[in-house]
Design a protein around this ligand. Structure first.
Ligand SMILES: *[C@@H]1O[C@H](CO)[C@@H](O)[C@H](O)[C@H]1NC(C)=O
Ligand SMILES: *[C@@H]1O[C@H](CO)[C@@H](O)[C@H](O)[C@H]1NC(C)=O
Ligand SMILES: *[C@@H]1O[C@H](CO)[C@@H](O)[C@H](O)[C@H]1NC(C)=O
Ligand SMILES: *[C@@H]1O[C@H](CO)[C@@H](O)[C@H](O)[C@H]1NC(C)=O
Length: 579
């Protein structure tokens, strides 16, 4: 049974991935119109399939204090018996952050070159590539070429991706200062929450060795220039027997509340991260007050580790053993074999592709697909640049929910592992008088042969109220508790105006809003609006208040196609005072 578990685990691991679907995750894309990512090392190391991700669109903005439904797919399950799993959400805002204008990766020392996309700054990478890597980490049987923090078990060749630091990427909480601010840690083991919250860089400072900048700039390419990882060696740092001015320095905490820490939502392996009920999992991020900034980016990591050994408590002392050519981990305990020697003799060794002898006395072995660089592996995705905006005074004290569109043009086979269009959240439940900030973005540079309506390669959306019931209301869980129900998912025609206004009031204002959502403001009736080609991929309706109770079903006229694709959403408005 255990071996079977092993096999399932590894086969899936090589195809494990993480894709943020809302806000649109880039998976390192900029705007190249091919199916594959042009350069998967542009900004960060995702470890994802090259076909994932969304091209950049006009930047979105979200109000401080508003709720943003972050939606993602993690391919290798979480909160499931198949793996230990953490999902870590972080953000960072900085004037220098940019999507860039080229698909090439940023080269050394280009903080201010707008051509290259950049998240972390040069200094982050410069120190990473010169700092002593953590020698206490478990490497299994991986050989790392050099001794700086670019080299890890998962990145043994020291590959560079943007200005991301591989050691920081692979480990969390990280022991040096990081520009990323923690939002939430979702884990299968909430017993670690206390640890995460105490150790987070949000609340706890870090120390590091700051060295003379001239020396650093001069020598950073030398593999032997290794900045020490402790106070004593830092203060006595020298290169070629020449002392180098260096100070053991405290980097203050971000000084914001600790991250939330919750049990990760369950998902199933190999099903593009489907959660319970067939929906992608989401986390509702209430964007903190007081952090407004024009240039922000969201980062999500997905860390999975095996339970075939105690991955959280295994360190460098279990690294390669020359006798077995594999790590020193004793698998006899996990597999209930009499002792380590027997386990090793039968191939139960943690190393790459071991051959195991399952049947004693029968000299036949089976090879397991184990890659020690990936048993314990971190995937990642990040958003494009977005803005966090202060609320205008008239919206100071109201509740704002963001309502967005995910996905990209094409059928499911063409876009996979990205997704087809949908509204996010697909069902938005709010209280009366709450505001819904309707906004979406997209690209005009999707692959030209991807299926869809309207001009080739373009993303367009709109929202129109769906026609009333055409099928009997048979779906379980659709009891709306006596609310007026407008439209039905079963329908594929919009409701005409008379019927809409009958339910939500017939003011000219209502008509104006409905018209804007359908025709996109400012409407340009002269052009080809049938398929919204004359509109832009980006649209912002601004926050819209829902004053009356009711259930509103809506769709997109351009993308919704009965036999091909469905793009429909629902807003449920309840009177909180009646509860
Ligand atoms: C991933 O899990 C390993 C334990 O297997 C841990 O050492 C590491 O810090 C984790 N990394 C992240 C990014 O959560
Ligand atoms: C280290 O600290 C000393 C004393 O404050 C200062 O003179 C020196 O410039 C510092 N060196 C670096 C590399 O920051
Ligand atoms: C429109 O409203 C009328 C009565 O007000 C109703 O009979 C009819 O079914 C509605 N039509 C649709 C498409 O909802
Ligand atoms: C579905 O897509 C195909 C190919 O893109 C197209 O020919 C067909 O008309 C579409 N059907 C509908 C109902 O939109």
């Amino acid at each position: 049974m255990k071996t079977l578990g092993f096999l399932l685990c590894c086969a899936a691991l090589t195809s494990g991935d993480l894709y943020i679907t809302n806000p649109r995750g880039s998976n390192n894309r900029l705007n190249w119109f091919t199916r594959d990512v042009r350069n998967n090392k542009r900004l960060f190391d995702s470890q994802n399939n090259n076909r994932g991700g969304y091209n950049v669109g006009d930047p979105m903005y979200y109000y401080e204090g508003s709720t943003l439904s972050i939606e993602w797919a993690n391919q290798h399950s979480c909160a499931d018996q198949n793996a230990n799993c953490e999902l870590i959400l972080q953000y960072m805002c900085d004037d220098k952050i940019r999507d860039g204008a080229t698909s090439f990766s940023i080269v050394d020392n280009q903080d201010l070159n707008p051509g290259f996309g950049m998240h972390e700054e040069w200094n982050h990478y410069l120190y990473c590539r010169t700092r002593q890597r953590n020698k206490g980490l478990f490497l299994a049987d991986q050989n790392l070429r050099f001794n700086d923090a670019r080299f890890t078990r998962q990145n043994n060749g020291g590959t560079k991706s943007g200005y991301e630091c591989p050691e920081e990427r692979d480990y969390y909480p990280y022991w040096y200062h990081s520009p990323w601010k923690d939002i939430v840690v979702m884990t299968n083991n909430v017993e670690r929450c206390d640890y995460y919250q105490k150790e987070s860089n949000n609340v706890k400072s870090r120390w590091g060795c700051v060295v003379d900048r001239n020396k650093l700039n001069r020598f950073y390419r030398w593999p032997l220039f290794i900045i020490p990882d402790n106070k004593e060696d830092c203060e006595n740092f020298e290169i070629f027997r020449q002392p180098v001015s260096a100070n053991w320095t405290e980097f203050p905490a971000h000084d914001i509340p600790p991250p939330k820490c919750i049990k990760a939502p369950w998902s199933r392996d190999n099903h593009n991260g489907n959660g319970i009920g067939g929906n992608f999992n989401t986390y509702d991020w209430v964007i903190p007050e007081g952090i407004a900034h024009e240039k922000c980016v969201l980062r999500m990591r997905y860390n999975i580790s095996t339970n075939d050994y105690d991955s959280w408590n295994t360190d460098a002392s279990s690294n390669t053993d020359s006798d077995t050519d594999g790590s020193k981990i004793d698998l006899s305990k996990t597999f209930k074999l009499p002792n380590k020697e027997t386990a090793e003799a039968r191939g139960y060794v943690f190393k790459n592709n071991p051959d195991v002898q399952m049947f004693p006395g029968l000299d036949v072995k089976l090879t397991l697909a184990i890659n020690t660089a990936q048993f314990g592996r971190t995937f990642q995705d990040r958003s494009h640049v977005f803005e966090i905006r202060q609320r205008p005074t008239e919206l100071k004290d109201v509740t704002i929910h963001n309502l967005n569109v995910r996905g990209k043009r094409g059928n499911n086979q063409q876009v996979y592992p990205a997704v087809e269009y949908d509204y996010v959240p697909n069902t938005l439940e709010i209280n009366t008088n709450d505001y819904v900030h309707v906004q979406w973005t997209g690209s005009d540079r999707n692959p030209h042969n991807n299926a869809g309506n309207g001009r080739r390669g373009t993303d367009r959306n709109n929202m129109v109220m769906l026609k009333n019931k055409v099928y009997p209301e048979g779906t379980p869980g659709l009891a709306y508790g006596g609310l007026d129900v407008l439209g039905q998912y079963g329908a594929n025609y919009p409701m005409h105006l008379d019927n809409v206004t009958r339910l939500i009031g017939a003011s000219t204002e209502t008509r104006a809003v409905l018209q804007k959502m359908a025709l996109l403001a400012p409407p340009r009736y002269g052009g080809h609006m049938f398929l919204l080609d004359n509109a832009k991929a980006y649209y912002d309706l601004g926050p819209l208040q829902f004053a009356k109770e009711g259930v509103f079903h809506y769709m997109c006229t351009r993308n919704n196609a009965f036999t091909n694709r469905s793009q429909k959403g629902r807003i449920i408005v309840r009177d909180a005072s009646k509860k």
